[in-house]
Write a new protein. Structure first.
Length: 296
């Protein structure tokens, strides 16, 4: 019996190692960060969908197997706000058109981190459970001498079923009701001038920040080129200096673009995180209270 048990354990361990080395896309649900080496091993995995978020509709060389989605298709203008989530049916249709189906692991990259994280936020809002950020993106892929190719054709649309929306989107009223309350950690992802009220964004001056919010510029999350993340331990330190363990984290910037990066990192680090989609643009339009100066 002891010998049989030992053999069974050995075979089980060997099977697990074989599964890891065979390039299967087994990953837990929720936010993930993957490397270019991981992507290279999974380019033929039928349940992995590579998506590059681009600035234009023009097809450019990319990682083999990747499909391209212009950033403009991830946002809509609404009620004076420039960067809002499109209706859920519209978003599902746009991802499904790239071959994404329920259960697929969607790996996203872009030339700038927030472009990719805004797409990941969109997937999370649709309750799509499996999504990942490609650390280093196409720039690292090219720097490693890996091949590029035209965007992959989509053989058939995917199927994304309607799911109840996830609690990843914060409204202005939700934010207002939590100002100064324990258990909520607010992260302001804007520049120092915007945070303290001495600067502006797109020509519109900032009067300061939401009460209790602590500043964490999105560039501080990245090691280089705005696409390679700092080591996880460093990211954990940056958040631990600003929010308490167990806090519900809410991030914002000017329109909800830069803050998608802090939202994703907080989510990846294990915080219960939301993104204030209207961000400071909506806060200012509604003439809601702010605090000037460099302290929360």
């Amino acid at each position: 019996m002891r010998v049989s048990l030992a053999v069974a354990l050995l075979l089980s361990s060997a099977g697990a190692l074989a599964a890891q080395s065979s390039g299967r896309s087994d990953m837990p649900d929720g936010p993930q960060v993957v490397t270019t080496a991981w992507v290279a091993e999974h380019t033929s995995d039928p349940r992995v969908r590579l998506i590059e978020i681009t600035m234009t509709d023009s097809a450019t060389a990319t990682i083999p197997g990747a499909r391209q989605l212009p950033y403009a298709r991830l946002v809509v203008r609404e009620g004076g706000l420039s960067t809002q989530l499109p209706p859920a049916d519209t978003l599902r249709a746009r991802f499904a058109a790239l071959g994404v189906s329920d259960g697929d692991l969607v790996v996203v990259f872009a030339h700038q981190g927030p472009m990719a994280t805004r797409a990941l936020f969109s997937l999370a809002a649709l309750s799509h459970a499996r999504y990942a950020y490609l650390d280093g993106g196409l720039a690292r892929w090219r720097a490693e001498g890996r091949p590029v190719a035209p965007p992959a054709p989509v053989p058939a649309p995917g199927r994304m079923s309607a799911q109840p929306p996830r609690d990843v989107v914060a409204s202005a009223d939700w934010m207002l009701g939590r100002l100064g309350k324990p258990g909520t950690g607010l992260i302001d992802t804007r520049t120092t001038g915007e945070y303290n009220g001495s600067g502006n964004r797109s020509g519109m001056p900032s009067a300061g920040h939401l009460a209790g919010a602590r500043q964490l510029e999105w560039e501080d999350l990245f090691a280089d080129s705005a696409i390679t993340l700092k080591p996880r331990a460093e990211l954990e330190r940056l958040f631990a200096e600003r929010v308490r363990a167990g806090d519900q984290v809410a991030t914002y910037c000017w329109v909800g673009y830069r803050a998608s990066a802090t939202w994703f990192i907080a989510h990846w680090l294990g915080y219960d995180a939301r993104l204030f989609d209207g961000s400071y643009q909506e806060w200012q339009l509604r003439n809601l209270p702010t605090v000037a100066g460099g302290t929360p």
